[in-house]
Design a protein around this ligand. Structure first.
Ligand code: GAL
Length: 441
């Protein structure tokens, strides 16, 4: 536990309500309060938190947070909207905020943080950030995404790596696959063996965000980091129309032949379970999938393996879960919200939460000794790719482009995956139109 005051120990609601509104001088005032009255001034509040963490591994991760809030007397109100990737949650959040009843915090990521901050509905966290030295303990690439016009408005809790390929070790062994594929030639050779051995080669959940999760890893592996960055992050017209894009779409479509016919609409965690239970060999998915393997009692390196998606070992697509704090009325609510922001950035929370979630801490210089080899690789590769210029934001997970551009890319790719009559040329034309859309914004 850090040597900072307990923010539940507050005794002057009127004065502190003003303080809490902007978090200015919050902690020094709380120190004074605590010194004067000690625990006699305990007052607890409630936080309502919007998230979509409902799978087995996710529920265990969020339980850590609920427990920590409860241990300080605060109560937690779940505002869960089911649906992997968070699209449903974002739609419901919009309705709530428009109706004037925003939650205390919501899991919002990447450029969407800026979109909300532009509406002046988020709380400025700068006072806490400077007291707690967030600029020093966060990688710049993450800190920048948490800020709007230079001010902190969101708190990062982790770094998920998206470009992973998960595999069931026993299935691979039975199929005679002796090495994890590092290219698509190797991948398709392994997939053929898995199919011949009577297993489903690729577990895939047919939902648009999962289609795009696979696609962005394929594009990175086939076209390389510079292509990924130009086409999918910068939305450069030439890159979107390039030969690399055509090749990526062709490889993506080839993968479909290795997916079972019950894929349509299947949730990502039900899909991961196919790998866990030895029905399928591989799954392309971010490392929240590891949370499922762990929740099922499986061990990395023994029961399952994590390897970078083919061709992507020297690159890293990142996805940072973060909580934006909404402006609230009422001292109690603001106080609990302040404590939540403080807690989320703490080393204790970041370790416990990420051990379950499959991700790595967002904070720098955290001890990794309790983490498994997948997490250690992720942590090492995050630093290495950051130096090499191949650390890239995940488009599928809302880290790279506006929500409108993301939706347009997702829909073009998903249509291509689902409709075999849609040609590579049709899809390239739709993707290029997204470049035009960006220029008009
Ligand atoms: C990601 C999110 C993860 C995980 C996953 C499945 O976008 O960042 O935390 O929840 O979706 O819903």
């Amino acid at each position: 536990m850090r040597a900072v005051p307990d923010v539940t120990q507050v005794c002057n609601p009127n004065q502190s309500a003003i303080v809490m509104r902007t978090f200015e001088n919050l902690l020094p005032k709380l120190v004074t309060c605590l010194a004067l009255l000690g625990s006699a001034c305990l007052m607890a509040g409630e936080v309502e938190v919007l998230h979509y963490w409902t799978s087995g591994g996710e529920a265990k991760s969020v339980a850590e947070l609920k427990g920590m809030m409860a241990s300080r007397g605060h109560s937690w109100k779940d505002f869960t909207v089911t649906g992997g990737g968070g699209q449903n949650a974002m739609a419901v959040l919009k309705q709530r905020v428009l109706a004037g009843s925003a939650p205390a915090a919501a899991n919002i990521k990447g450029p969407t943080i800026q979109e909300w901050a532009d509406l002046h509905v988020l709380t400025n966290l700068d006072a806490m950030a400077s007291f707690e030295k967030w600029d020093e303990v966060l990688p710049k690439v993450i800190a920048d995404q948490m800020k709007h016009k230079g001010r902190y408005v969101a708190v990062p809790v982790n770094v998920h790596r998206v470009n992973w390929l998960w595999a069931n070790s026993a299935v691979l062994k039975k199929a005679g696959v002796t090495a994890l594929p590092s290219s698509y030639d190797e991948f398709f050779a392994a997939a053929d063996k898995i199919k011949a051995a009577g297993f489903i080669p690729v577990a895939h959940g047919g939902q648009d965000w999962q289609d795009f999760t696979v696609f962005e890893s394929v594009a990175l592996g086939v076209g390389g980091a510079a292509f990924y960055n130009n086409a999918l992050v910068k939305l450069d017209r030439n890159a979107l129309a390039s030969e690399e894009m055509r090749k990526s779409l062709n490889v993506f479509r080839r993968i479909k032949a290795y997916v079972d016919d019950k894929s349509t609409g299947r949730d990502w965690n039900v899909t991961t379970e196919m790998v866990i239970k030895g029905k399928a060999g591989f799954q392309f998915m971010g490392d929240w999938a590891k949370g499922e393997f762990l929740a099922a009692g499986q061990k990395p390196g023994a029961d399952f393996s994590c390897s970078p998606a083919p061709g992507t070992a020297k690159a890293y697509t990142y996805n940072v879960d973060s909580f934006a704090m909404f402006q609230l009325k009422g001292w109690e609510a603001q106080k609990a919200q302040g404590y939540l922001a403080y807690l989320l950035m703490g080393q204790d929370f970041q370790e416990k939460f990420n051990l379950r979630k499959g991700s790595i801490p967002a904070r720098l210089n955290m001890k990794m000794d309790k983490f498994d080899d997948c997490a250690k690789t992720s942590s090492k590769d995050f630093v290495a790719t950051s130096k090499a210029g191949t650390l890239l934001p995940s488009v599928a997970h809302g880290m790279a482009v506006s929500s409108a551009a993301q939706a347009a890319l997702r829909s073009a790719v998903s249509e291509f995956w689902n409709n075999d009559k849609t040609t590579v040329g049709d899809t390239v034309a739709k993707l290029v139109a997204v470049a035009g859309q960006r220029q008009r914004q």
